[in-house]
Design a protein around this ligand. Structure first.
Ligand code: MEV
Length: 425
């Protein structure tokens, strides 16, 4: 049975019922779903192996983004986030996008850059060409560090030497460009950079200091495009509002930062759920937003000839499926299996599709009723739980808070007290 990412009414089901619905919708091994269930005690020793001084875990809710169709295929998307409304908004806009085929996504080759800083070079341009003359020798030396990657089709692809004029000195920076295949690639490129350093210092007649990947992963891009039906979005006025909202973000960095934060709400949720490095992805995306020297939007919103909204997004996406927490963390492993992607490129495409859905969801809310109404019911749940409501009491407290229109801690405590005292809702 192919995956069916439509999960109508999923949010209304109890947790056990959700697992049953997921088992029907997914083509993953049923054991995957067991692995998604919290098993904190079992994960603790693994956490101890992952970081130093481990004493506990910081569980973040993991939900399923529904309705996603990426390059013609339905996918159930794991999303880890502490923020209410994110999963609901992404799922909602994924459903709108289905009308015109869902998300169409692509990726560049998985090229990562390692930087090698060379100091005390007397003749930077001379050094640059001496290094270029030994390109083949240096690429072969890099490949020798990772025969497994080379066997799988990856490896060092190019050498670039940049002479960067700084305020106080001229910097010589060697870029080693590596096809990292299905890995995030940090370990592979850092190992290569460290191994090449002595030879690079010798050739440049200088001293090597830094040897580390660049998080400006602008050679490893993922792109998503979707057409959001004007009618399903709420009409031509809503499309106009979204485009106007986008235009402000495009022109004004204060708005662009918030616009891009909405994109990252979706992106980081999938990156985290799959055990990838959220900080690496965030650094890459924000550096991409300022690639032309001015901070602007990562996405674009246009109207097509039929009046529908065309949303596009392009970002660096250094995510992997081999190595790191993606392999060691049982929940991340299960999340990847639920998603059912086989390559890092496919994962990158899903991530960027979710970022786009999230962005359009936020813009639609902002351009219409504002985000607070949708946020409030979910926020009310958090406030009710914080006030001490049990699982049985939460809904009743939320109903009271929403009916009052005041979602505040003091009102939640009062509403809980009234409920426990048997006052009518
Ligand atoms: C909130 O987490 C994200 C938004 O502020 C994004 C946006 O303003 O576009 C709603």
């Amino acid at each position: 049975m192919p995956v069916n990412s439509r999960l109508p009414g999923f949010y209304k089901l109890a947790l056990d019922e959700r697992f049953a619905a997921l088992a029907e919708a997914s083509d993953a091994d049923p054991a995957v779903l067991d692995d998604l269930r919290p098993a904190h005690e079992a994960i603790l020793p693994i956490a101890d192996g992952m970081v130093e001084n481990a004493v506990g875990l910081m569980p973040v809710p993991l939900g399923v983004g529904a309705n996603f169709r990426v390059n013609g295929r339905d996918l159930l998307v794991p999303m880890a986030t502490e923020e209410p409304s994110v999963i609901a908004a992404a799922s909602n806009l994924a459903q709108v996008a289905r009308e015109h085929g869902g998300f169409f996504c692509s990726t560049s080759a998985p090229l990562m850059i390692a930087q090698i800083q060379v100091l005390d070079v007397a003749d930077p341009h001379g050094a640059s060409l001496r290094l270029h003359e030994r390109r083949d020798e240096l690429l072969a030396a890099a490949d020798a560090q990772d025969p497994v990657l080379v066997r799988l089709g990856g490896g060092a692809r190019e050498l670039q030497v940049r002479v960067v004029d700084g305020a106080e000195q001229r910097h010589v920076v060697v870029h080693l460009i590596v096809d990292v295949g299905d890995a995030m690639g940090a370990n592979a490129v850092n190992t290569m950079a460290e191994a090449l350093a002595p030879r690079i210092a010798e050739i440049a007649r200088g001293r090597v200091l830094l040897r580390i990947l660049s998080n400006k992963a602008d050679l490893r891009l993922a792109r998503a495009r979707a057409v959001f039906d004007a009618g399903k979005l709420g009409g031509a006025e809503v499309v106009d509002g979204i485009v106007d909202a986008y235009r402000l973000a495009f022109d004004d960095p204060y708005r662009a930062a918030t616009h891009n934060k909405g994109i990252m709400n979706g992106i980081s949720a999938v990156v985290l759920a799959t055990g990838n490095d959220t900080r690496a992805v965030e650094a890459g995306c924000h550096s991409h937003a300022v690639r032309d020297g001015r901070y602007t939007t990562l996405s674009h919103m246009e109207r097509d000839a039929d009046g529908n909204l065309v949303g596009t997004l392009e970002v660096p996406m250094p995510v992997g499926l081999v190595g790191g927490a993606t392999k060691t963390h049982p929940t991340a492993r299960a999340a990847v299996r639920l998603l059912g992607v086989e390559t890092a490129a496919e994962l990158a495409q899903v991530v960027v599709a979710v970022g786009l859905a999230q962005n359009v969801g936020a813009l639609r809310a902002l351009a219409t009723e504002g985000i607070q109404r949708g946020h409030m019911t979910l926020h009310a749940r958090n406030i009710a739980i914080a006030a001490g409501a049990t699982a049985e009491e939460v809904d009743a407290v939320v109903r009271r808070l929403v009916a009052e229109g005041t979602v505040r801690a003091d009102r939640a405590e009062a509403a809980l007290a009234e409920l426990r005292a048997g006052a009518p809702a």
